[in-house]
Ligand binder design. Structure first.
Ligand code: ZN
Ligand code: MN
Length: 482
């Protein structure tokens, strides 16, 4: 018998708001523990939550981008549990009436196939604080500290469906997570920086005989914030469950922990179900009352999404699918490309200069039309210099690095520093002759038909001229002389 996994994600992402979900404390990186706290987010008696409007809008925006139905009368609910990082003893979340339900994400598998994945719901909730241990292992720590900076930070939770278009392979799981992250960054809902814990996932995994529609007992692995660990945990769990099933044993429904060093999951506790949390409607917050106009206004905020943008770039600028996928991966990069592409030039060359040269010297997250240290006008200018053969690729690279972060355009630098391609008149022929005299053996080899040796001689001339000459011209001159 063959088994297939049913994988279900609960992805949490921190929202890009200025303040927390129910108080005015900043939602930002703090200078030290317990700096961004107040009576509300530390759960003091007698305080009341005030809902952050922007957080509601960002949750709806996510729901709309995932083709969800929006519930105009959504409500908040209390999820009760005890943990030292949760000062109120409950988390304000959503339960029966979440903001967004029944969506679909079309996931790009291998940048080619489009596979629908059902989205069960997207809801809004607050984050908990953080426990800080003085030494590495939890077991050895003599005491624990608590930092409430994160308590009350707005989160969206995106739950994938286990029944309607579920995720049934490791490969699709990976693509799903990548696409969710890309989408949230594109629509400006979250930065999703995994290393800062801005995106985390819980995952449920169960196995069933391939082709069946039923469900096996599921195992949950909580709170992972690295794609690699998430996928390693799923892959380990698939093997473990399959072995047990083949031996005729039962899978225990439980929460397990992924041991990152040993790459295995270990039992943590038997899985809690919804009744364990004693959910009830949050009495301190009234239900929402959204109008069709509110929702429409948020819909209009959603920019062109990466997958349709990639298709448009293929049609409009003649990029291959692969190129279009690379250039639209980050919104900033795609906007940068477009800002340059609207000018006349060769789109292929532009693609190459962005992905090979700009990516080399500017971090991708910093590439936007407005904020890049090498702005689109400079790129257009530089490529024009290349197209009109006023620079070689080597010189262009040098000019690019020199104008990075400054106010002088490539043309200006070329003009001020008198940079230009060396041609025959500029003494290039002399250099060629010198190199030939210095390398008689190589000249012999070329005469005997060894083409590689010609490349060596071209290299020698390039070195002598410090990259100022066009390799094609050098090659021609060499051939003429030999
Ligand atoms: Zn606060
Ligand atoms: Mn949650």
């Amino acid at each position: 018998m063959e088994f297939e996994p049913v994988i279900c994600f609960e992805v949490h992402a921190e929202l890009n708001t200025r303040s927390k979900l129910f108080c005015a404390c900043p939602n930002a990186i703090a200078q030290g523990p317990n700096k961004h706290i107040c009576p509300v987010c530390t759960g003091q008696p007698g305080v009341l939550p005030v809902l952050n409007k922007r957080a509601v809008e960002l949750c709806i925006k996510t729901g709309l981008a995932l083709n969800c139905k929006i519930n105009p009368k959504a409500r908040f609910a209390r999820k009760n549990y005890f943990y030292p990082d949760l000062p109120k003893g409950y988390q304000i979340s959503q339960y029966e009436e979440p903001l967004c339900e029944d969506g679909t994400l079309m996931v790009h598998l291998r940048d080619q196939e489009l596979i629908p994945v059902g989205i069960k719901r997207v809801h809004l909730e607050e984050d908990a604080g953080k426990l800080v241990y003085p030494s590495k292992g939890i077991e050895e720590a003599p005491y624990t500290l608590v930092d409430f900076n994160r308590a009350g930070v707005p989160l969206i939770e995106i739950v994938s469906d286990h029944q309607r278009d579920p995720i049934t392979s490791l490969e699709l799981a990976k693509a799903y997570l990548e696409n969710i992250r890309q989408l949230l960054r594109y629509i400006g809902v979250s930065h999703c920086q995994m290393e800062l814990g801005q995106m985390r996932a819980d995952v449920n995994i169960s196995l069933r005989p391939k082709g069946s529609k039923g469900f096996g007992n599921r195992v949950e692995i909580k709170n992972m914030s690295s794609f690699r660990f998430i996928l390693e945990a799923i892959s380990y769990e698939m093997k473990r469950q399959e072995e047990l099933l083949r031996q005729g044993q039962e899978i225990l429904q439980e929460t397990r922990l992924f041991d990152e060093a040993r790459k295995i999951t270990i039992p943590m506790r038997s899985k809690e179900d919804a009744p364990d949390y004693r959910y009830f409607p949050e009495p301190d917050l009234v239900p929402l009352d959204l109008s069709e106009r509110d929702i429409q206004r948020i819909r209009e905020e959603i920019p062109e999404l990466p997958w349709s943008k990639a298709q448009r770039f293929m049609d409009q600028y003649g990029l291959s699918r692969e190129e279009a996928m690379v250039i639209t991966k980050e919104k900033g990069v795609s906007d940068y490309f477009e800002a340059c592409a609207l000018k006349f030039m060769d789109k292929r060359r532009l693609y190459t200069w962005i992905t090979k040269e700009l990516f080399r010297i500017v971090p991708r997250e910093e590439i936007t039309p407005e904020g890049c240290a090498f702005p689109p006008e400079f790129m257009v200018d530089l490529i024009s210099l290349l197209e009109s053969k006023r620079l070689t690729e080597g010189l262009a690279r040098e000019v690019m690095e020199r104008s990075l972060g400054g106010s002088l355009s490539p043309s200006k630098i070329v003009e001020l520093e008198g940079i230009e391609i060396m041609d025959e008149k500029e003494g290039l022929m002399e250099v060629v002759k010198k190199v030939l005299v210095q390398n008689p053996e190589a000249v012999q080899k070329v005469k005997m038909g060894q083409v590689n040796t010609l490349n060596f001689l071209v290299g020698q001339v390039m070195k002598e001229t410090k990259g100022k000459a066009d390799p094609k011209v050098i090659r021609d001159l060499l051939m003429k002389e030999i």
